[in-house]
Write a protein that binds this ligand. Structure first.
Ligand SMILES: Nc1ncnc2c1ncn2[C@@H]1O[C@H](COP(=O)(O)OP(=O)(O)OP(=O)(O)O)[C@@H](O)[C@H]1O
Ligand SMILES: [Mg+2]
Length: 616
């Protein structure tokens, strides 16, 4: 993919903030609920648990009383001699209470964040999908289909999962850390145990070094994993859509080997990520154990009480856990960055066939077409159209003939503005196609392309693509004109007959008839038939030919055909060769002045005679 996103160069955190800002707006309230849940969960964990432990341990092990107000409340229910018994029970019950508060609030936090995450996922997918529809054909030419599929499905899914986890950790973990540190600072200020705090803080800082190193390693590998995933789906796509050729050319083993190699690359890259990922936890646990040992040592030197020690150890544990998780967040963010870059490459890809800012439309759509000194190439340094200069008046029937690869389909691609010319201009009714809205232009061209695509659905659905508002009667009439009815009625299913993916279940000729019916239905001022009857037998073609002639009358029509019988209705013939117009005239004129045309014609005549069919 040529275009690089500028956002891809930003630090991971900034990238994610961008993403949230772009997609979060509709979830403001839900997010507020999630943040509130997160704050309660974090504070009840970071500050609540050590503080409660401190009280519980002091009451149970050191025999200290509960605060005076708590005793007063208890005395409302029990006699004074029962107070010590109740005090132990109340102290013990505080712990599950704080855990319940923490559990409920973190449930709210996770649930709401997941809800937001799923919503964001669908928004991103839709956005990427829409972008695919808008991007030019040259963009699609450059990309592998499987890779695009993987960007749309896997990268977005990965992003969503990671975002929910990161958002969750970014709310809960820092607050837990602050809560626990707050408790430590409080303890240090009242019991002068600041040495413990200092040692603890230093070790917390030390965790960051291995985390950052591993994070960098993981980013590089995550990119390779995602790229190899794209390769894998491309291989699958290509394989599924070319099963017939694979069998015909006995490519099964070669395809399996290819798939095996791609899988191997994917596994190697994934294992490498797992290796670095799993190194992180033992490293941090080691640092935590050292911190715990230091704390025990300092506690012993200072003669700490059980309550103090239990609460300090818990607070320290609660400090390390967030550091560990935040370290993982950093790494996760780095791997997400790789996915985000791939999505952004699509979302920010420049459209090289852009819509004009203020689209123009011809005063009247008559169908006059002009190519003014047009040059074009699909790839740099490989010109396909060279100085094409031709004017076709409205209503003329023009045949484009020439050897394979001469540029006939390309001529049509430029007329439909599937690609933009490199120099010169293409005009329809006096307006440059680059100045028209693409939709406006294409709604005035009925195209039967060289490789028509049918979609899953009924025959009627597929014909109706030509004009969605057409009635059943009009659909059937178009079907009759293109000889669709002869094959749909054969099986008794009629126009409701179902077609599989990519036209599965119909012969090549039947697919062509359905796509011709679309053009009959569309009723546009410009008609383009690119080898539209090439897959039909001579007899079927003869039948349809009369209808095509009727349809073409009064419309500007381009007919591309290798069979000369198809182009006999043409008013004018353009002979293309190597991207140039080699000759231009009627059949009789060209037979006289164009050796290339004479040659093409003679060869075709011989083929037609061999087939025992019609000639022109
Ligand atoms: N999407 C593409 N990307 C790169 N090159 C292309 C692309 N489409 C066509 N070409 C090249 O452009 C040249 C003209 O192709 P085009 O399809 O216009 O030929 P054609 O005259 O329609 O041939 P045919 O009679 O075989 O259909 C060929 O050399 C072809 O290889
Ligand atoms: Mg072609």
């Amino acid at each position: 993919m040529r275009e690089q996103s500028t956002q891809g160069q930003e630090p991971a955190a900034q990238n994610i903030v961008h993403l949230w800002r772009e997609y979060l707006r509709p979830y403001k309230l839900t997010l507020a609920g999630a943040v509130l849940g997160g704050v309660i969960a974090a504070l009840s964990s970071g500050f609540g648990i050590p503080a409660i432990l401190q009280s519980v341990f002091s009451v149970i092990f050191d025999g200290e009383p509960l605060p005076v107000y708590a005793e007063r409340i208890m005395l409302l229910f029990v006699r004074p001699e029962e107070l010590p018994w109740l005090t132990v029970w109340v102290a013990a019950a505080l712990l599950p209470l704080v855990v319940v508060v923490r559990g409920l609030s973190s449930f709210v936090n996770v649930y709401l964040l997941s809800k937001i995450g799923l919503g964001v996922l669908e928004t991103i997918r839709l956005k990427v999908y829409r972008k695919f529809q808008d991007l030019s054909l040259s963009f699609h030419d450059r990309c592998q289909r499987g890779d695009l599929l993987s960007r749309l499905m896997q990268d977005t899914q990965f992003l969503q999962g990671g975002l929910v986890q990161i958002a969750n950790d970014l709310i809960i973990q820092p607050l837990t850390l602050f809560g626990a540190l707050g408790f430590l600072v409080y303890k240090a200020s009242v019991s002068q145990q600041f040495l413990i705090l200092l040692a603890n803080m230093l070790l917390v800082g030390a965790c960051v070094i291995p985390i950052r190193y591993i994070g960098k390693k993981m980013l590089v590998r995550a990119r390779t994993v995602q790229a190899s995933q794209g390769d894998l789906s491309s291989t699958l796509q290509e394989n599924f859509s070319s099963q017939r050729d694979i069998r015909a050319f006995e490519l099964e083993q070669q395809q399996t080997n290819l798939f095996k190699n791609r899988i191997r690359r994917y596994i190697q890259a994934s294992i490498s990520v797992v290796r670095w990922q799993s190194l992180l936890t033992p490293l941090i646990e080691f640092v935590s154990a050292v911190a715990m040992a230091a704390t025990l040592f300092v506690a012993n030197m200072n003669g700490m009480s059980m309550g103090d020690f239990a609460s300090l150890a818990t607070a320290m544990y609660l400090c390390y856990e967030p550091v560990k998780r935040l370290g993982a967040v950093h790494n996760k963010a780095e791997t997400l960055k790789a996915g985000l870059e791939r999505i952004n490459e699509v979302l920010h890809a420049a459209d090289d066939v852009p819509e004009p800012k203020t689209p123009k439309s011809p005063e009247e759509w008559k169908g006059e077409v002009e190519f003014n000194n047009v040059c074009f190439s699909y790839q740099e340094d490989a010109p396909v159209m060279r100085n094409i200069d031709v004017r076709i008046p409205a209503g003329q029937v023009v045949a484009l003939v020439g050897p394979s690869g001469a540029g006939k389909t390309t001529f049509i691609n430029l007329l439909c503005r599937f690609y933009d010319v490199l120099s010169g201009s293409v005009k329809v009714d006096g307006v440059d196609v680059r100045e028209m809205s693409k939709r406006d232009l294409l709604s005035h061209i009925a195209l039967v392309s060289q490789y028509p695509v049918l979609f899953r659905g009924s025959v009627a659905d597929n014909i109706r693509i030509g004009r969605p508002e057409a009635s059943d009667k009009e659909v059937e009439q178009a079907g009759r004109m293109s000889a669709v009815d002869s094959f749909v009625n054969e099986t008794g299913e009629g126009y409701g007959r179902l077609i599989g993916e990519m036209g599965e279940g119909l012969s090549g000729g039947q697919r062509q008839r359905v796509s011709l019916a679309r053009a009959f239905l569309k009723d546009a001022p410009i008609l383009v038939l690119d080898e539209a009857t090439a897959s039909l037998d001579m007899k079927s073609e003869e039948l349809i030919q009369k209808e095509i002639e009727k349809l073409a009358s009064g419309r500007t029509t381009f007919i591309i055909a290798h069979r000369f019988s198809t182009i006999r209705m043409a008013d004018r013939i353009l002979v293309l060769e190597g991207g140039r117009i080699a000759a231009d005239g009627t059949h009789e004129e060209l037979m006289e002045k164009s050796p290339l045309y004479r040659d093409l014609y003679t060869k075709q005549q011989m083929i037609a005679e061999e087939e025992g069919g019609a000639s022109c």
